[in-house]
Write a protein that binds this ligand. Structure first.
Ligand code: PMP
Length: 455
């Protein structure tokens, strides 16, 4: 019966299509109505898409996008291989939607200890596809049409489009640089919030503030005083805090990473966001998480269950094992969370020296694996395009990768449209790179400097 009905139904549909003008590709009728949803207006450009392509095409040394060019630790890779090859074939199938049980359990145990707060693994922790998805879930879960979200500049660029896609209004407040003492290099700690300016951004329309400490791109690690200022304003105005802490282990010179959720009145209103990509130098695994009280997390689960639903099981299993190891070694010299920042601090110091020597003044970061440098002294080298709307640092970075083979990211990419040109003479380098990569960058800069100074 079905076999006989098939061809005649196809024939009928084909005739209808031909009748409706869908005859062949060559005479296809194009849609005329606009297809793009309004919420995508103005957010189609993306700095990473643009600069990753440029780096792939032109760079010989890539200090642009933030990822290590060295391997994750052996214990983590071995955990992945074990998870893959174990008899438990269920590790190849879907796991619990809101997080593989071994991972949420160890995250709850590990961070509960650090936060001084009992975390229920099933309700207070959710695993996501990288920190990106945790952020996306937050904005979708909390932001309504017209809600304002305060973003501290410079900021990880996706916060702005994510707020807009949720229908919200980003409100920007810049960290303001103050000159360092004579003869000293500027530090990321010299970039500070103006307390009155910050307070003026809070209103009854404010739903949330995004905090990113340690901060990408500056490497600023917010001090207790700065966090208390933010916390007091959150409590006073009954505002949520989305705390992006993906670089929590990457702090230098004994600087302490303070979790804002541990401050008075903040636990109940904060979602903490983390990333195994940054924690274990495995950015391609895309395992992230959100943590906070069930009152908040339940809404993230609603977004997650209706969009992504599951994250890769094997990667979660391996990350769980990584955290189990780190819990045992916590605070001990063999802990990866002690060793990684030690290694990275040396790389930071090396790049600081290298940039300083050629006159590309570095802003010494207290955390993360990024370093922002002032390009003012190199300006004359790069052809100016006076009528271009594009910020100078962006043109500079493009010129640099095409002509010198060195990739970096313009700082203006981390500012809103209106403020981009206020900070257009800096570029960001990633120093989570092998010694050979950093040396190759140094060679390029040295050669460039010689060419600049030779008559
Ligand atoms: N937040 C910040 C501040 C970041 O720098 C990044 C990655 N560059 C993310 C979130 C996203 O992390 P993931 O790769 O885990 O999605």
């Amino acid at each position: 019966m079905l076999r006989r009905a098939g061809p005649s139904l196809r024939h009928f549909l084909l005739e209808r299509k031909i009748g409706a003008g869908y005859s062949s590709c060559s005479s296809e009728v194009k849609m005329s109505r606009p297809v793009q949803a309004r919420r995508l207006e103005g957010i189609d450009k993306n700095i990473w898409v643009e600069f990753v392509k440029l780096a792939a095409t032109y760079s010989t040394v890539n200090l642009g996008q933030g990822f290590p060019d060295f391997s994750p630790p052996d214990f983590l890779k071995e955990a992945f291989v074990r998870a893959l090859s174990r008899e438990n074939h269920m590790l190849h199938q879907y796991t619990r939607a809101f997080g593989h049980p071994p991972l949420v359990k160890i995250l709850a145990q590990f961070f509960g200890k650090l936060l001084g707060h009992d975390l229920d693994p099933m309700t207070d922790v959710m695993v996501t596809v990288g920190a990106y998805q945790a952020l996306f879930c937050c904005f979708q879960a909390f932001v309504d049409e017209g809600d304002e979200v305060i973003i501290i500049e410079p900021f990880f660029d996706c916060y702005e489009p994510m707020v807009k896609m949720a229908g919200g209004m980003p409100v920007f407040v810049p960290l303001r640089p103050k000159a360092p003492e004579d003869g000293k290099l500027m530090s990321s700690a010299d970039w500070q919030l103006d307390p009155a300016e910050l307070a003026s951004k809070f209103s009854e329309r404010t739903k949330a503030i995004v905090l990113n400490s340690p901060n990408n791109p500056l490497g600023k690690v917010f001090s207790r005083g700065e966090l208390e200022l933010i916390a007091d304003l959150c409590v006073k105005h009954d505002v949520l805090c989305i705390s992006d802490e993906v670089y929590e282990w990457l702090v230098y010179n004994g600087k302490e990473h303070i979790r804002i959720a541990s401050l008075q009145g903040m636990w109940d209103r904060t979602v903490i966001i983390g990333s195994a990509g940054k924690t274990f130098s495995a950015t391609g695994w895309k395992v992230g998480w959100a943590m906070g009280p069930n009152r908040l997390l339940q809404h993230l689960r609603t977004v997650h269950q209706n969009s992504v639903y599951h994250c890769a099981t094997v990667a979660q299993e391996a990350v769980a094992q990584g955290f189990r190891r780190e819990l045992e070694l916590y605070g001990k010299p063999d802990s990866y969370f002690i060793q990684l920042p030690k290694v990275l601090q040396q790389k930071r110091d090396w790049l600081v020296q290298s940039l300083d020597a050629v006159g590309m003044k570095p802003i010494v970061p207290e955390g993360t694996y990024f370093l922002v440098a002032d390009i003012s002294e190199f300006k004359s080298n790069v052809p100016d395009v006076p009528d271009s709307d594009e910020p100078y640092d962006s043109r500079f970075a493009k010129w640099m990768v095409k002509n010198k083979g060195l990739a970096a990211i313009p700082l203006s990419a981390f500012y809103c449209g209106a403020h981009k040109n206020n900070y257009n003479h800096f570029i960001r380098f990633c120093f989570a790179k092998e010694e050979a990569t950093l040396k190759a960058a140094n060679d390029i800069l040295q050669k460039w400097k010689r060419e600049k100074t030779s008559p």
